[in-house]
Design a protein around this ligand. Structure first.
Ligand code: 1CP
Length: 353
């Protein structure tokens, strides 16, 4: 079966030769867009917006309409499944996520409810249904989840944390209970991703924002087996993009997980990744989001530089090494997307049209 030929993102995930790399950006919907701010204000906050299928679909579509990315990522959050498992969640302005009853006792862990996505996250399925109907055919619909270690970091710390002292304390003092918690999250995430695929997601992203803070031994002992357990739920159902922020020291292990794509941040060389492992996996990345704080001319130059360095190798999804910052000007995002979309790969090498 072939996709509509213009579905570049799915083709890149299969490492096919295509005229140019597809492009989408983490946090492409969000606070840097005035139209997002407007919907958020009218909805009365982030959660109200994310849990209303019409509004969530609308903010997912905003960057596609404005910039024409090749991928649209569901507007939701990695923490919503925690709420669906029984953890009270709110987002405070200027603070971020707050989980009022962090998992700091065996009783709280035992009280977690198994996740039934079609019941407790039905609004996600509805949002994907709207998007599957409304997206242009050339645009790939992406679902996502937080990876188990990253979810555990928020669930145990009760929110964003710098040093993760509570999390690391738990991991060190009771490694078996910690692994059991990761397994619980892995099954929840696996089911949620499968539900998103059934609801219309054509590929899924796994965000492991905090696993890169672990040394390699702890990554192999804790985070990676949990990710592997997630993959066992999803493999063969849709292509998977695995993103571990700050994961350069465990890249070979991540590649070994066998996902269709690995997303890398700006600390590693994307051309080196492709040269080394490009025959087995696609790579997504990897401009520094801070590049987008420059002028549109700077952004175009940095984008063209990365395209030249990749040299037209198949299996490149153009993106950032982390999310768009809220201080970013929409003009900078426009310059990035335009530069990628005007680029043409010429018989295995690259040239600007
Ligand atoms: O308007 C606002 O105040 C909310 C800001 C915001 C947005 C736009 C949050 C709160 N979540 C989101 C949406 C979101 N989050 C998306 C969909 C939109 C898109 O990408 O275009 C996705 C994929 C996420 C994923 C997410 N949420 C991650 C993983 C990726 C990453 O950024 O590392 C993480 C860690 C979160 C947690 C989270 N959600 C929101 C905040 C402020 C945070 C905390 C971030 C931190 O701890 O530093």
């Amino acid at each position: 079966m072939t996709d509509a030929p213009q579905r570049l993102l799915l083709a890149a995930l299969r490492r096919e030769r295509i005229p140019r790399p597809p492009v989408w950006l983490m946090r492409q919907a969000g606070r840097y867009l005035p139209e997002y701010q407007k919907v958020r204000k009218a909805a009365g906050g982030f959660l109200a917006m994310a849990q209303n299928p019409e509004l969530a679909a609308e903010v997912t579509l905003q960057p596609i309409r404005r910039f024409g990315m090749d991928g649209a990522i569901l507007f939701s959050d990695i923490l919503l499944p925690l709420q669906a498992m029984g953890m009270p969640l709110r987002f405070d302005d200027g603070v971020g996520p707050v989980l009022e009853e962090p998992l700091t006792s065996p009783e709280r862990i035992a009280a977690l409810r198994p996740l039934e996505p079609s019941e407790s996250l039905g609004y996600v399925g509805e949002t994907l249904g709207i998007l599957a109907r409304e997206l242009p055919e050339s645009c790939t619909l992406l679902g996502f989840c937080g990876a188990p270690f990253t979810l555990a970091s928020y669930a145990v710390e009760g929110g964003t944390s710098k040093g993760h002292a509570t999390l690391r304390g738990f991991m060190g003092q009771d490694p078996r209970a910690f692994s059991a918690l990761l397994d619980t999250f892995a099954d929840a995430v696996g089911r949620h991703l499968a539900y998103q695929i059934e609801s219309g997601a054509q590929a899924v992203v796994l965000f492991d924002t905090w696993a890169g803070t672990l040394g390699r031994n702890d990554y192999l002992r804790f985070a990676m087996p949990a990710t592997e357990r997630v993959l066992s739920h999803v493999r063969g159902k849709a292509p998977i993009i695995n993103f571990v922020l700050n994961g350069g020291h465990v890249l070979e292990d991540i590649v070994g997980l066998g996902t269709e794509a690995v997303a890398v941040d700006w600390r590693v060389s994307l051309p080196d990744c492709l040269a080394r492992w490009g025959d087995t996996t696609a790579f997504q990345g990897n401009l520094d989001p801070a590049c987008l704080l420059g002028t549109p001319e700077d952004v175009a130059a940095r984008t063209a530089e990365l395209l030249r360095a990749v040299g037209g190798r198949p299996g490149h999804i153009f993106g950032l090494g982390h999310g768009v910052m809220k201080q970013t000007s929409p003009d900078a995002v426009a310059a990035l997307v335009r530069t990628v979309q005007e680029h043409r790969v010429v018989s295995g090498s690259a040239a600007r049209v």
